[in-house]
Write a protein that binds this ligand. Structure first.
Ligand code: F0G
Length: 451
């Protein structure tokens, strides 16, 4: 039996091709835009290939009790909605997905929102949401017989790719901007055996170099221009819908970098609605850092119709991206769901990250833009107290320990960045103090902290 039911459709001109015909850079030969995966059989209402909602909900729940590797994956558990492989037995999985959805008790209280949740994608095997996309696209690479895979990355994609390639017995090539990624992420690529090149450029420069490289060598490109990445990355939408008993939350808030994640989650919710698994879509809002906000500018100028790259600067290195590949897809998701696209400052990101820390969860700086953005949207009256809101936390707090230590030791933000917010920052800071090795000294610290 062949499990493969997909075709590729150009997001720009609508041209269709089979998966095996795609160019190495995954750009449409006619118009240069990106492809998305399409399942033609789903639109035939009574068709043989159209999934049955009731049966699927039951099957997916049953699989949670299974000992099979494929069923234990939070991506492949939903495999009926990502039939991209000839044989699901070729899937390479680290048991990704099935990540927790946490209620944010303190933050929801301070914001006056009854139900605020964090979907913590940092709880994936390599510590970021990238694992869900990587299991999908790397499995395609393996099935098609590639030996080498490659990506340009701000760190998390490379960590995920290196891990999955190692599991599959494949070789991986990583291009990262020199000195601009968090150490935790670089260490992962090394640990999992990738060939790692630090290029003297930024992320956007790494993408340009890799796009040329894959045209000259038989290397399978695993950046998110690869449409199969998005098929894996859409599955948290299924998990979220399932967690709310197939009623979607009112609002999903996602960080925006290369803009694949927001595109993928939007695709996931749209497919659930198309197949009759949910009745409506959540709003999907995308939050960028002020210094890396090309989509925010595009919405301000033209409601997401026209796009100009920027030179990106932010301490949230994961989203230091000025020319995001999937901007058009993300813009469509925001427009179709009635979401917003806004940016937040470095100070707002740092404060929000520390607040998520106080919930006992933590996340990396790029993930914290979601809470910083929610605070702004709430202040502007765009989020009601009765709205059910889900923040997508994309990376684990240990990915960028240097940032966290910088915040708590007071070296992260400049004086200028803290002006007017000194008390807020001070209340969140928990520096590690050096004390004499005696109980009295420790008790003194305890007393001072209790005040
Ligand atoms: N959050 C984290 C932790 C990320 O690593 C990224 C992207 C994003 C958010 C933004 O997601 O690009 O889909 O809009 N990191 C990429 C990388 C670019 O190379 O690891 P996006």
């Amino acid at each position: 039996m062949n499990d493969n039911l997909h075709t590729l459709r150009c997001f720009g001109c609508g041209a269709r091709s089979s998966g095996t015909e795609a160019r190495p850079d995954f750009r449409c030969a006619a118009c240069g835009d990106l492809f998305e995966v399409e399942y033609a059989g789903w639109s035939q209402r009574q068709g043989h290939d159209r999934p049955n909602p009731g049966a699927l909900k039951w099957l997916w729940r049953e699989r949670r009790a299974s000992c099979e590797a494929l069923d234990q994956s939070g991506v492949w558990r939903f495999r009926e909605l990502l039939p991209i492989l000839d044989n699901f037995g070729n899937a390479v999985t680290l048991r990704e997905g099935n990540t927790p959805l946490y209620l944010l008790k303190r933050v929801s209280k301070s914001l006056g929102i009854d139900q605020l949740y964090a979907k913590h994608q940092g709880m994936n095997p390599t510590g970021s949401f990238k694992d869900t996309g990587m299991t999908a696209a790397l499995s395609v690479a393996r099935e098609r017989g590639f030996e080498w895979v490659a990506c340009a990355s701000t760190g998390n994609t490379s960590a995920a790719m290196a891990a999955y390639a190692a599991r599959a017995g494949m070789r991986s090539l990583v291009l990262i901007p020199e000195g601009k990624i968090a150490w935790g992420k670089l260490s992962q690529a090394m640990d999992y055996g990738a060939v790692t090149c630090q290029l003297k450029t930024d992320f956007d420069g790494c993408v340009r170099v890799l796009t040329q490289t894959v045209k000259q060598a038989p290397i399978y490109l695993l950046n998110s221009v690869n449409p199969y990445r998005l098929e894996g990355q859409k599955t948290p939408a299924f998990e979220i819908a399932e967690a709310f008993d197939w009623n979607v939350p009112d609002h999903l808030i996602v960080p925006g970098g290369n803009l694949a994640n927001s595109s993928a989650l939007g695709k996931g919710f749209k497919e659930l609605r198309e197949l009759g698994l949910v009745a409506r879509l959540p709003r999907v809002s995308v939050i960028q850092a002020e210094g890396a906000n090309p989509l925010v500018r595009s919405f301000a100028k033209s409601n997401g119709a026209v796009f100009e790259p920027v030179e990106a600067h932010t301490r949230a290195t994961a989203i230091r991206i000025g020319n995001p590949a999937s901007w058009r897809k993300a813009a469509r998701v925001i427009q179709d769901t009635g979401g917003w696209c806004i940016d937040v400052s470095e100070t707002e990101i740092a404060i929000a990250k520390a607040e998520i820390g106080t919930e006992g969860l933590g996340c990396e700086p790029a993930s914290a833009v979601t809470l910083a953005g929610l605070k702004k949207l709430r202040a502007e009256g765009k989020v009601a107290s009765s709205d059910i809101v889900v923040l997508v936390l994309t990376g684990h707090t240990l990915k960028d320990a240097e940032y966290t230590i910088g915040f708590h030791s007071g070296t992260l933000l400049t004086e200028q960045e803290t002006v007017g917010r000194e008390r807020e920052v001070e209340a969140l800071r928990r520096n590690a103090v050096v004390v004499e090795a005696s109980p009295d000294a420790v008790l003194d610290v305890l007393k001072a902290s209790a005040q």
